[in-house]
Write a protein that binds this ligand. Structure first.
Ligand code: ARG
Length: 460
């Protein structure tokens, strides 16, 4: 018999019951639901809304339920409407009338708004840890590649020389921002909706500041309608995850390119690659491809949340039950991706020689050739034009700027002397790029130190 049988003259249709039920996916919030109920029961007792002895009995009962779910002796009832109803019903089964007092001055609307916040707060600690571990892993790899020259690209065309360390650290910087974004979102969410009631607060003398404090929130949500109505925190966290996944996806895309025969800049460890069922020669980067694919999925979760909320009048609407599967899916998949990506990165082999060879082709020192003339007094646009002509000459003669004879240089301008070869040497080109944030080994070392300081501070 349904809880609301008093108001109804018929049983709810079985298909509607099943359709309505969310326990299949919200059961994972049992710990947070019990945590919230313990705080609520504590407050009810302290404020004299229920007897102190009843408050204690409820709390002990909730703790037993938690232990039994944890150790697997209490199984969720798939017919329960949701996790909130399940735990309340279980408590009442055990305590009788006392159990029925727990829901005084509370609604499932403020209860669920609280549970998701608590769940997200816990889960984001885990995501945060993984993001920082990944950033640190990248720093470790970068440390041994400050001299590993590779081509930097624009439009996927070889552009200017960088180092592998410099390239990697670009991703570490993105991850640092992802972590900061996560902290911002979690901080904004840090207000307690409990006590908002169904929508309009309550007539009981509750103490919302007490429950907020007991649950580790900064303060109670200031408006009861807002407390039960908004899911902006889910949207914001999902957005943070989408951006994070976008970074992982771009990194993955590069790894996919790098382990192709066309690039061969890296080799994945056998434990993090897969073979083909028909082509015996294949070693496929499935992990990175899945990360790229799952990014679309997390973006989809964000769209689900935004679209689900956009037309809802205040306050609670059942549509909002749909928030959970979307945000849970985004969290599960992001964590899964991070957990797989980190060891894959740690074990991949860097093929320095191939990077260096790729850097030696494609005229990535052409800008340096133009800069050479500028340093000898020529305006940049003229130097740019002369260098372009020299590159065309090299292509015609199947030479590189390094192997083009000095006469060819001097036929363009007598500013060119023997030292041009030193100026366009790849080692020189990287070493001289020593502006703040640039790829020279010293600049990268400085970046690495600053970044590691920041990451250490963020780890607190
Ligand atoms: N299972 C519901 C949800 O996830 C809990 C809140 C239900 N409230 C209600 N008034 N029907 O949103």
């Amino acid at each position: 018999m349904a809880l609301w049988a008093g108001r109804f003259s018929k049983e709810v249709d079985k298909t509607v019951n099943a359709f309505n039920s969310s326990i299949a996916f919200d059961a994972r919030m049992y710990r947070q639901d019990i945590q919230g109920s313990i705080a609520h029961a504590t407050m009810l007792g302290k404020c004299g809304i229920i007897e102190q002895s009843e408050s204690e009995a409820i709390i002990a009962g909730l703790r037993n339920i938690l232990d039994e779910i944890d150790n697997g002796t209490l199984i969720f009832d798939p017919n329960a409407e949701d996790i909130h109803m399940f735990i309340e019903a279980e408590l009442t089964k055990r305590l009788g009338a006392t159990g029925k007092r727990l829901h005084t001055a509370r609604s499932r609307n403020d209860q669920v708004a609280l549970d998701i916040r608590l769940y997200l707060r816990d889960e984001m600690q885990e995501v945060r840890k993984l993001v920082l571990t990944l950033a640190e892993t990248i720093c470790e790899i970068a440390q041994s590649h400050t001299d590993t020259i590779m081509p930097g690209y624009t439009h996927l065309q070889r552009a200017q020389p960088v180092t592998f360390a410099h390239h990697l650290l670009a991703y570490a910087q993105m991850l640092k921002r992802d972590c900061a974004r996560l902290d911002d979102a979690v901080d904004r969410m840090n207000e307690c909706p409990l006590g908002s009631g169904a929508l309009a607060g309550t007539t009981y003398p509750i103490d919302r500041h007490m429950t907020a404090e007991l649950l580790g929130f900064r303060q109670p949500v200031a408006n009861s309608l807002d407390g039960v109505s908004d899911r902006d925190f889910c949207i914001e966290i999902c957005c943070v995850l989408s951006i994070l996944m976008t970074h992982l996806s771009r990194f993955s895309e590069e790894i996919i390119l790098w382990c192709s025969w066309e690039f061969k800049f890296i080799e994945l460890d056998d434990a993090y690659a897969t073979g083909s069922s028909i082509m015996p020669q294949k070693k496929n980067p499935d992990v990175t491809e899945l990360i790229r694919g799952k990014t679309g999925r997390v973006n989809g979760d964000l769209m689900t949340l935004l679209s689900m909320m956009k037309g809802l009048p205040l306050a609670y609407n059942k549509d909002m039950q749909e928030d959970k599967e979307a945000i849970f899916d985004a969290i599960d998949n992001t964590e899964l991706c991070l957990k797989t990506f980190i060891p894959m990165l740690k074990t991949m082999r860097v093929l320095k020689e191939n990077m260096r060879n790729a850097a030696a082709r494609g005229f990535i020192n052409a800008t340096d050739c133009a800069d050479y003339l500028v340093k000898k007094g020529m305006p940049f646009r003229d130097a740019y034009k002369i260098t372009g002509t020299l590159v065309a000459e090299c292509i015609r003669k199947n030479l590189t700027l390094e192997t083009l004879p000095l006469e060819d240089y001097q036929s363009m301008t007598d500013l060119f002397t023997e030292d041009i070869y030193q100026a366009i040497n790849l080692g020189t080109c990287v070493r001289e790029r020593c502006s703040y944030g640039a790829p020279s080994p010293e600049s990268v070392q400085e970046q690495l130190h600053e970044l590691q300081d920041d990451l250490n501070w963020m780890k607190r």
